[in-house]
Design a protein around this ligand. Structure first.
Ligand code: PRP
Ligand code: ZN
Length: 292
């Protein structure tokens, strides 16, 4: 019997494709591409990747064809809003951030969802839009499209749109302005609610804990400095998301201590300036590669 392998569905192309591969690589899995370009195999773990269209990923995971999937929360939420089940979000992955938003032509006098009453709204997310309109108590018609939603107002196919906004460049290029946010999205790891083979469960557990480590270390920094012992309280306060720092004595110095801390949040120049002002010197900020 061939040993079992865990299957992960990822986006074939698009905004999440490359970052999904990066994440799996950062988690220590060495990947080899298949001849077809549509799959990868890990050399050092029983894990295979399948590259699929993002809209197909939830179905493949829910049906058990793949064990896990990496997909935008927007895709998962659209399926759930349409009554699709058998799936849940295991963890947010911290990349591919965007929002699903209502957008209107630039000159439109938008005063909240009420302004959409009686209008036609084009979208590729009809279930989420329908729920949003119902929750807002607004009657409007939904124009379902398969893509290129941003051109609908110009073609007079719709009065407004409901689409993903990331940088905002697509809206701007089409003379549209983002208004109310319908859903905040980012890449998420999904799995089926049904139970997985125990042998594969162990592989999945290890992958999940590695993913958590990679995601947690993103943006986190190891900060070291010398500081007057008298300023310790103030310095601990300034360090972003550090908890209790490690404090060490310095040889031959009664007045100074070395302070080491893991900062969970981004460390900006302003933070360093504030530390200096509080009396810190020889400040070093180091990247963290792994965290567990
Ligand atoms: C989305 C959306 C816009 C674009 C917005 O499509 O439909 O076209 O991204 O991004 P921007 O604000 O950075 O310009 P996406 O590339 O995710 O493809 P899909 O919706 O067809 O999967
Ligand atoms: Zn898509």
């Amino acid at each position: 019997m061939t040993p079992k392998r865990l299957h992960i569905a990822i986006q074939k192309s698009g905004r999440l494709a490359e970052r999904s591969l990066d994440l799996i690589g950062s988690a220590g899995y060495r990947l080899t591409k298949s001849a077809s370009d549509l799959a990868y195999s890990a050399e050092n773990a029983p894990i295979d990747l399948w590259c699929l269209r993002d809209d197909d990923i939830p179905t493949f995971v829910a049906d058990g064809v793949a064990d896990l999937g990496i997909v935008g929360r927007n895709v998962l939420a659209e399926r759930a809003a349409g009554g699709g089940n058998g799936l849940h979000e295991v963890m947010a992955l911290g990349f591919g951030r965007c929002r699903l938003a209502i957008a209107t032509p630039a000159g439109f006098d938008y005063r909240g969802p009420q302004s959409l009453r009686g209008l036609r709204i084009a979208t590729t997310y009809p279930n989420l839009l329908k729920r949003f309109l119902a929750e807002s108590g607004v009657d409007a018609s939904i124009v379902i499209m398969r893509g290129a939603v941003e051109v609908a107002p110009r073609l007079k196919l719709a009065d407004a749109i409901c689409d993903l906004v990331s940088t905002g460049a697509t809206l701007e290029a089409n003379g549209l302005v983002a208004q109310t946010t319908v859903l905040q999205s980012e890449a998420v790891l999904v799995r089926a609610t049904r139970s997985v083979d125990p042998e594969l469960e162990r592989v999945a557990d290890s992958l999940l804990s590695r993913f958590r480590g990679v995601v947690a270390s993103q943006g986190a920094k190891y900060v070291m400095m010398n500081a007057p012992s008298s300023a310790l309280a103030r310095i601990t306060e300034i360090l972003p998301g550090a908890g209790a720092p490690t404090v060490m004595t310095l040889a031959g110095r009664e007045d100074l201590v070395a302070v080491h801390a893991v900062c969970q949040e981004s460390v900006f120049w302003e933070t360093l300036e504030a530390l200096k002002e509080a009396g810190a010197s020889a400040i070093l900020v180091l990247p963290i590669e792994k965290m567990m």
